[in-house]
Ligand binder design. Sequence first.
Ligand code: URP
Ligand code: ZN
Length: 467
Amino acid sequence: MTSPPYDLVVRGGTVATAAGRFVADVGVRGERVAALGDLGAPPAGAKVVDARGMIVVPGGIDAHTHLDMPFGGSTTADDFATGSEAALFGGTTTIIDFATPRRGEPLRKGLEAWRRKAEGRCSVDYGFHMVMTGAADKALREMDQLVREGVTTFKLFMAYPDRLMADDRTILRALLRTKENGGLVCMHAENGWAVETLVREALARGDTQPSFHPLTRPVAVEAEATARACMLAEVAGVPIYIMHLTSARALEEVRRARERGVAVLAETCPQYLYLHADRYDGPGAEAAKFVLSPPLRPKGDDEALWRGLREGSLQVVSTDHCSFFLKPRPSRPCKEPGRRDFSRIPNGAPGIETRMLLMWDAVQKGRLSLERFVEVTATGPARLFGLFPRKGHLSPGADADIVVIDPRKPHTITAAQHHMSVDYNPYEGKTIHGSIREVFLRGRPMVRHERFLGRPGEGRFLRRAPI
Ligand code: URP
Ligand code: ZN
């Protein structure tokens, strides 16, 4: 007896790709999409999901998460278990996190440590960007080897002089090496020395409230570093990817570099599209929730970012998910205790669960087309980070990472019901015009109607192709 051609049929939904939309059935065999179109009567034994009236999109790819990230002798609130489950509830099926060796440690040691953190705990498929703080000959040789092993992207920081900052020589050497090995440098673009100076001066003046966080990381600090990063990529003659771009001025620097022929790619994050600097005006504890870097910007910058997403000058929306508890917890870094000294507040915010919904809301409100939604949440990151066409696109042969969105059922974001392991949500009370109905990872049901159906830890490490 021959087995049926499909194990799963997602029937009659509006299937969206980055290039268009059409009503179709999606037939899944094993872990892969087998066919799209009018597949007729489903074979006996196949599981059938009625997606009529629903939107069917590829599983989201979040290319910027910090799970189980060390901080001050402890770690972020979400580890790979809680963070990846929350990701699935929000329609994300692949993440790229950051393997971070200690300063001076071989890159491979950092990678192995992060693989151990994720292995058996992560419920979505995952890859790693490799954090580099130096570019000695040995580190450059390790880069070559890591690219061959599927770790193809290297994160460098122009910020955080005390911990992670790379100087221009390091950055240029890493960029030049990507010309040889097919890797890609991803940049945190803020001028670390400028920030450090402004922070010291603010604290010396007694300006210690969280409202001084954005004032010590002004737009010029981001624009200068973005321009410098672009110019170093121009000197090296290679592409560069700017992470968490927040402002019209930084985007202008990206555009100018592109006009000169530099292959600059850039992402933004929902917090810079939906939240503004007025959040720092609240009382200390409330403002502490929004201490993240780069900081939220005044109204106006968001409009430039939305335009950038529509027009294609921004290619990706990822989260920079980096969750810390607000209220004090024993032996955990928390935000509230830092309200009297903003420089002690752990930087970052939760978002791994809300990215797809927030971007979907933009589709409902006419700010983003359905096709651009798919591009910036899935297809774009898959292409840029060496996962396409296996991930980020629904077509025969691709992994059956499928998200069914109910465009009519509203979803209200609230910490009381979210799945991230953190005691607040930056978007508390926001109602999204739509909800995530079903999520499949490689054909396996992971979430249905707000219930987790997956086996925790079944995510796989992804070897990514050179860029
Ligand atoms: O505030 C943030 N974004 N924390 C995470 C680390 C980083 O700078 O990306
Ligand atoms: Zn980050």
